[in-house]
Every structure is written in C-alpha cells, then in structure tokens.
Design a protein around this ligand. Structure first.
Ligand SMILES: *Cc1c(COP(=O)(O)O)cnc(C)c1O
Length: 364
C-alpha cells in the first residue's frame, strides 16, 4: 500500500527526544524557545509563539488580534473544520466566500462584497500548500482596515514572490500534526511581526498569566503550551523541511508530467508567483472521466494506492456551522467537493511508486 501520508523520522528525532527526557525538563522549556526562534527566522517573521496544535494557533491568533463576540471573519468553506471552529470558539461569526476552482483558495474577486460594518478580519487558507492570492487580498484588507489571519497549517515553506507563507498575514498559523509537511506529533505555532500580538499570544497560551508577574492574570486564557519533547522533534524536522518540500515538488512534477492530457482529469495548478509545497496533490475527476470520482477512488484503493477526498463537505453545510453562520449557496466549492481526489505525494513516495500510480490511472 502506498500511503496517502506518513511522518518521516530518523535517528535525529529519536536522539533529540531521548535527550529531552534525560534532561528532566519536559514541559515548555529551552527547546521550545529555541524552536520559536528558529521557526520565526525560517518564516522571516519577528516573533513565533509555539502552542500544542494548529487549532490552538488559530484560536490564539484570533484572540491576539482582538477578535471577539459578534465580529465577522471572512473565510473559505474549503478547509479543515478547525479553521472555522477557531472563529466559533471566540463567539465570532464566520462569513463564507466562495473559492477559485484553479487553486481551491478563497476567491479575491468575490471577497469585497462580503465586507460589512462588523467585519474585523479575513482568514485565508493556503490550502494544500498553495499560497492564497496575497496581493489582491492585502489590498482589500488595507482599504477596509481589516486584519489578515493566515491559516498556513498546510503550507510550511510555501512562498509568494519572496515572502514565506505564514508571513503573508498579520499573524500566520501552522500545524505540526502527524500528516503535515513537518510534524511534532501534535503541535502548532503562530508567527507575527507585531509585538503586541506576540505578547497577547504568549499570555493566552498560559492561562492569561501576565508576562511580568507570576499568578497575575491579564485575561482568561488556556493551557496551549508546547512541550520540550515536541519542540525537540520540531527542531530536527525544521532542518529537513526544505528537503521534504523538494521531494514533494519533485513527486508532483512527475505526476503532472505522467497524468497530463488524460480526458476528464484536471491536474493541480501553480500560480506564477508562488512556490506550492504540495501538502496534497489534488486532482479533479470531472464528468468527462470514464469513472465517477468515487469509483476512481475505490479503484485506486483496490490497486494499493492510498487516496483521500479533502474535503467531502464544504464547511458552510456542516450543521453546527450553519447554526452560527446561517445559510449559504456557494456553487464553485459545492462542485469542487464532488470532484477532488488527493494522491500520494509525500517524501516517502518513491519514483517507482509514482510510475505505478501513473500507469494504474492510465489503465482506466
Ligand atoms: C491541520 C489543519 C488545521 C488544524 O491543525 P491541528 O494541528 O490538527 O489542530 C487547521 N487548518 C488547516 C487548513 C489544517 O490543515
């Protein structure tokens, strides 16, 4: 079986974790500080605040930017549920904007009409590892005095022109879940150039405790701290991320070359100013294909090729979200969820695997 995702470790992570265990400092400590410093440098951001999941990073980022009850946040319906749950956690209201079929990212040309007097921020997602339409959306945000909270949970190392994903917002959020481009098991981080946001984020992840006085509380907060065990894994993975991404990009180029011009299959697109890091290699099986998407998926599974539908349901149709956001009709995303299928592209997929995937699909 060629897995759709798998973590990639070697002796370096094992030794790093063992050293932390032997040191006796296992909760948030020196490894976390070092990881924050190095991750901020990697993104080209001034500050990084490590937390214990990507969801916690999003919740913390929205809080740090001052989002609260009744505020409206414009976001995409084509993302993992955590993006929207983080908005709901603060009592804010998600406002959905349809996506572009080409990149699957939020459509900047449909965004401005969603802005109301209550809108506080835009939350674009670099879905599958492709940066959002940064220039157009930044222009809209500036004109309307809105903040951008970037969900870069799938886009470690992605680039728009010369700016890294995560640094394309006022705050950028990452996940280090097991299937992401780099992992700490569970974990997350937020990056920003804004000192006030960084300070609020540090307090929020530690019960709202003041940075200046122990047991003085600035506001309510959470326990969102990362452990030194996770940070040690993160430090080792950070050294490898460029190489991991290089392999993902190589695998995606091979797939694109091999699967080109097959009737009914639309391959991933990379916008000219972007480095796409292929968290997922997502194709579209359209009605012109010989098989339906679900038949196609079943056929690949039977042939030992892992595959998955990310995502089968747009978030504006999920019941608890409908209750908070109201009813929407978004034709592009509703079409895309019927067509998308992700194929294995991670660094553990060999050239031989790629050839097998291409041949198997061509046999259809
Ligand atoms: C993985 C992911 C998250 C959530 O991250 P966790 O670490 O699982 O909490 C949020 N948004 C997107 C787009 C993701 O892919």
């Amino acid at each position: 079986m060629i897995n759709i995702a798998q973590p990639y470790f070697n002796e370096e992570e094992i030794v790093a974790v063992t050293n932390v265990l032997r040191s006796g400092i296992i909760a948030q400590g020196p490894r976390v500080s070092e990881f924050e410093k190095k991750f901020a440098e990697y993104c080209g951001a001034k500050y990084a605040i490590a937390v214990n999941s990507g969801t916690a990073a999003l919740h913390t980022a929205l809080y740090a930017a001052g989002i609260g009850k009744g505020d409206e946040i414009i976001t995409t319906p084509f993302t993992f549920v955590a993006t929207v749950n983080a908005i709901l956690q603060l009592g804010a209201k998600p406002v959905f904007c349809d996506i572009e079929p080409v990149t699957f990212n939020i459509d900047p040309d449909k965004l401005e009409r969603k802005i109301t007097a209550k809108t506080k921020a835009i939350l674009p997602v670099d879905i599958f590892g492709h940066p959002y339409a940064f220039e157009k959306i930044r222009k809209i945000a500036n004109k309307n005095k809105l903040k951008i909270i970037e969900d870069a949970c799938q886009a470690h190392g992605a680039v728009f022109k010369n700016k890294k994903a995560g640094a394309l917002g006022d705050i950028g959020c990452f996940s280090f879940y097991a299937t992401k481009n780099m992992t700490t098991g569970e974990g997350g981080i937020l990056v920003t150039d804004n000192e006030k946001y960084a300070e609020r984020a540090r307090m929020f992840r530690h019960h709202g405790q003041s940075q200046k006085a122990r047991y003085e509380y600035f506001d309510m907060g959470y326990n969102y701290r990362m452990t030194d065990i996770s940070a040690a894994v993160g430090l080792a993975q950070l050294k490898k991320i460029e190489n991991f991404n290089k392999n993902r990009i190589k695998n995606s180029a091979m797939l694109t070359k091999g699967l080109d011009k097959i009737k009914g299959i639309i391959l991933p697109h990379v916008s000219p100013d972007c480095k796409h890091v292929f968290h997922q290699y997502t194709i579209r099986i359209t009605k012109h294909c010989k098989m339906t998407r679900d038949e196609f998926s079943k056929y690949l599974s039977e042939k030992g090729i892992g595959n998955a539908v990310f995502y089968p349901k747009p978030l504006h149709l999920v019941p608890h979200i409908v209750r908070a956001a109201g009813k929407y009709s978004l034709p592009i995303v509703e079409q895309m969820v019927k067509e998308v299928l992700s194929l294995p592209v991670h660094p553990g997929v060999s050239d031989k695997d790629i050839t097998y995937i291409i041949d198997t699909i061509k046999n259809i």
